[in-house]
Write a protein that binds this ligand. Structure first.
Ligand code: NAD
Length: 490
């Protein structure tokens, strides 16, 4: 393998300093070229403990800093991210295989945007003053008029464990509100692509966050993350990743009653009502092919289509899938780049094969692209005539695969949409906005989009059922990283 020359951080960040890892390094592979981008540090048990203790020691003083100071530092970090945008985009692109356009115009500005949003959040007072309340005399004391406030206090040391599909943005979405509300953090990015997260940690230290307020640990396996979950000195886990790992974290973290914020997997359904505009529905559902090669938790991976328009929709979706250019993420007209790893491509191919084996039809894609000799590519795939109980219709693929399922009645569509363990994001397509809106309360998911596949940055984000616990997004994120404290006076 050749080395791609990308300036990448190579040390852990503990207590405000770069530390050589005690457990060596491991290679980060560019998913498009299969070349090594750089070596990333492996945190050993001593490094994990040192980071936790640094965060614990820094907490009391950081929790006392003014809101204005926290806002100033978050804004300063955003300024540095913006000033280094080209270099960060190149690093993200190389380690994730994302389209360069997505890295440059979405991931980097999105990271700076989240830091700025929570700089404003630091200034937002979410304490609730309560009305004076007459309290009668009891054995506890003489009667009085009691005043109270429900105040928001930081939780303490927060471990932020993030997934591979949106690395720097996920980190900013966690550390932004956590630091804004006075917590200290230990960040553990995903093993596949941790370099931009290390770079963001360096930027935050350069911005002036005091030693220990932000620490970043990287590792090739799950041990460092598991040690954070196990530690009695970590007060909260903010986790985004798979339902399987999130469930394990809930079990282990429960032993020390950790505060848990869990953003987990999804198996979104797009219900296409008979009156839907076909072009709008196709564009919305195609996000599963066009966004990060289908590696997104919120994507509409199941198309539930009314039988009266099923054939027309499947033909339109198949045509769309076939029209998308798969290839080099550095080329400006590429729409679908690689998935993160050979293992992820094999998982996608195995699930597609299960669809064939269980009797569904592959209406588009389903084969490895012959023109791409290197790189972990999976082509946009449409599985049609699927049964809702099939493996492909029940399991998160996390790749560019849409499963089309016909339905006859709205009740049946709702039952299919709700018929998986997940409940993250569903979609309704109809020309009748009222009919679409009226379906939302019947859908068991934290998010419902009508005739679009956009995200509202201020809307609460999180899952019903096994898609997670808690909500972030906008000001809701400020509540996630705080405990309510009642202060009462007479
Ligand atoms: P993953 O669950 O495999 O890994 C996520 C993180 O958990 C990584 O940093 C990993 O090293 C760490 N980890 C693994 N085992 C651990 C353990 N025992 N204890 C502590 N940490 C551990 O997920 P992934 O493959 O990186 O990401 C894809 C998944 O993330 C998909 O399921 C996707 O739906 C989900 N996701 C959810 C959201 C959301 O907001 N709901 C957003 C993005 C991704």
């Amino acid at each position: 393998m050749n080395m791609t020359v990308v300036a990448a951080p190579s040390r852990l960040l503990i207590g405000g300093e770069a530390h050589s890892p005690t457990a060596g390094t491991y290679p980060i592979v560019n998913p498009a070229t299969e070349e090594v981008v750089a070596e990333a540090p492996v945190a050993g048990p001593g490094d994990v403990e040192a980071a936790i203790q640094a965060a614990k020691e820094a907490f009391p003083a950081w929790a006392q800093t003014s809101r204005e100071e926290r806002a100033r530092l978050l804004n300063r970090a955003a300024d540095i991210v913006e000033s280094r945008a080209d270099e960060l985009a190149a690093l993200i692109q190389a380690e994730t295989g994302a389209l360069m356009s997505v890295a440059r115009w979405f991931q980097v500005p999105g990271t700076a945007g989240r830091l700025r949003r929570y700089a404003r959040g630091a200034l937002e007072v979410r304490d609730v003053p309560l009305a004076p309340h007459p309290v009668p005399s009891t054995v506890l004391g003489p009667g009085a008029l009691a005043g109270a406030i429900a105040a928001r206090r930081p939780v303490g040391v927060v471990a932020c464990i993030t997934p591979y599909n949106w690395p720097m943005g996920s980190m900013a979405g966690k550390v932004g509100p956590a630091l804004a509300t006075g917590n200290t953090v230990v960040v553990k990015p995903a093993p596949q692509d941790p370099l931009a997260c290390l770079a963001l940690g360096e930027i935050m230290i350069e911005a002036g966050f005091p030693p220990g307020v932000i620490n970043v640990l990287t590792a090739a396996g799950p041990e460092a993350g598991a040690a954070l979950v196990d530690s009695p000195d970590v007060d909260m886990i903010s986790f985004t990743g798979s339902t399987a790992v999130g469930t394990r974290i809930a079990e282990t973290g429960g032993r020390t009653l950790k505060r848990l914020f869990l953003e987990l997997g999804g198996k979104g359904a797009a219900i296409v009502l008979p009156d839907a505009d076909i072009a709008t529905a196709v564009t919305g559902i195609a996000a599963t092919w066009t966004f990060q090669s289908g590696q997104g938790c919120i994507l509409p991976t199941r198309a539930l289509i009314h039988r009266s328009i099923y054939d027309e929709m499947v033909a339109a979706l198949a045509a769309k899938a076939g029209s998308l250019k798969v290839g080099d993420p550095l080329e400006s007209d590429t729409v679908v780049g690689p998935v993160i790893s050979a293992a992820q491509r094999e998982r996608i191919e195995a699930l597609t094969q299960s669809a064939r084996d269980e009797g569904a039809r592959i209406a588009a894609g389903g084969v490895r692209p012959e023109h791409l000799a290197r790189g972990f590519y999976a082509v946009p795939t449409l599985v049609s005539d699927a049964d809702p109980a099939m493996t492909i219709a029940q399991n998160e693929v996390f790749g560019p695969v849409v499963t089309a399922i016909p339905y006859d009645t709205v009740d049946e569509a709702v039952e299919i949409a709700n018929g998986t363990p997940y409940g993250l994001h569903n979609y309704v397509f109809s020309r009748d906005l009222t009919a679409a809106y009226d379906l939302a309360p019947r859908l068991r998911s934290g998010y419902v989009s009508l005739n679009n596949s956009l995200q509202h940055p201020e809307a609460p984000f999180g899952g019903f059922k096994r898609s997670g616990l808690g909500r972030d997004g906008g000001s809701f994120a400020l509540d996630v990283y705080t405990e309510l404290q009642s202060v009462v006076w007479t």
